[in-house]
Design a protein around this ligand. Structure first.
Ligand SMILES: Nc1ncnc2c1ncn2[C@@H]1O[C@H](COP(=O)(O)OP(=O)(O)OP(=O)(O)O)[C@@H](O)[C@H]1O
Ligand SMILES: [Mg+2]
Length: 259
């Protein structure tokens, strides 16, 4: 942990930002995610991780940045349908190739990876394949949903460490800002299944559920973000057709506020 703090202390605070387009989140991060960072978005099921990451990509694509969603857990054609109801979504983004969906199973198949447990050599091949995709498509924003599902096939701490370090470096060398989606159980006392992912990522955003007066609220909290100052307060996250809304928990978003 001390090494994380040392590293962030040496990074200047004026790094170029990747504006997420999720207004509340950009405010929390003082202007957006420092460009090239690899962020772990972590939470239990149904907390809105996929929805948030899709909105991040759609805003990037609308701003003219090429965006890639790598789907490990769900078929990407099904996922694509999730963005269509949004007021701000424009179908031409997919047709033009600004917003691209790729299934991880296709990458595994192309690389001939049929064994359930992947080797260190496989880690190199996967990272290289993703790096090539990012180069070819000139990707500036990437989502991997979920990194936990890739880690299931890596199994050992050594391979997981190698994968996260290499993918982080490959993407940041290309100026690509990335969200790695991490799945944890609601009662987990850490931010990732294996505990390795959280130590290596440049940032951690924790998404959760909070029961208030019989209602289950979604919450978001930035735990760490190298390269910027940020609020560490808990926010209530609302999923609306206009996109995600974030309201500070203590300013009326608590379900027990003044309204
Ligand atoms: N625009 C929206 N308005 C209201 N509800 C929404 C909207 N978009 C998604 N939801 C709901 O939010 C829920 C969770 O969304 P999402 O799939 O993003 O969570 P998740 O954290 O990725 O879950 P999982 O861990 O299962 O992958 C879903 O049940 C979905 O019905
Ligand atoms: Mg999801």
């Amino acid at each position: 942990m001390a090494s994380d703090d040392d590293k962030s202390a040496t990074i200047p605070l004026d790094r170029e930002r990747c504006v997420t387009g999720i207004e509340g989140l950009d405010n929390i991060l003082n202007g957006g995610i420092p460009r090239g960072n690899t962020i772990l978005f972590t939470g239990s099921c149904g907390t809105g991780k996929t929805t948030l990451s899709l909105e991040f990509l759609v805003h990037g694509a609308l701003a003219g940045e090429n965006c890639l969603f790598i789907s490990v857990t769900e078929a990407s054609d099904k996922l694509m349908k999730n963005v269509i109801p949004y007021d701000f979504f424009d179908e031409s983004l997919i047709k033009k190739g600004t917003l691209v969906f790729v299934d991880m199973t296709v990458i595994y198949e192309r690389l001939g990876m049929t064994e359930m447990e992947l080797s260190l050599e496989d880690v190199d091949a996967i990272v290289k394949a993703i790096g090539n995709l990012v180069d070819e498509l000139k990707i500036k924003r990437l989502v991997l949903d979920s990194v936990t599902s890739v880690c299931y096939r890596l199994k050992t701490e050594e391979k997981i460490r190698e994968f996260i370090l290499k993918i982080g470096k490959t993407l940041s060398d290309r100026g690509c800002t990335s969200m790695l989606i991490s799945e944890i159980s609601p009662s987990a006392d850490r931010y990732s299944l294996y505990g390795v992912e959280e130590a290596i990522a440049d940032g951690i955003v924790l998404m959760g559920n909070l029961e208030r007066r019989g209602d289950l609220l979604r919450t978001l909290q930035v735990v760490k973000m190298r390269g910027t100052n940020h609020s560490r307060a808990k926010y209530v996250l609302d999923l609306t057709p206009a996109g995600i809304l974030l309201v500070p928990l203590l300013k009326g978003g608590s379900g027990g506020g003044t309204t």
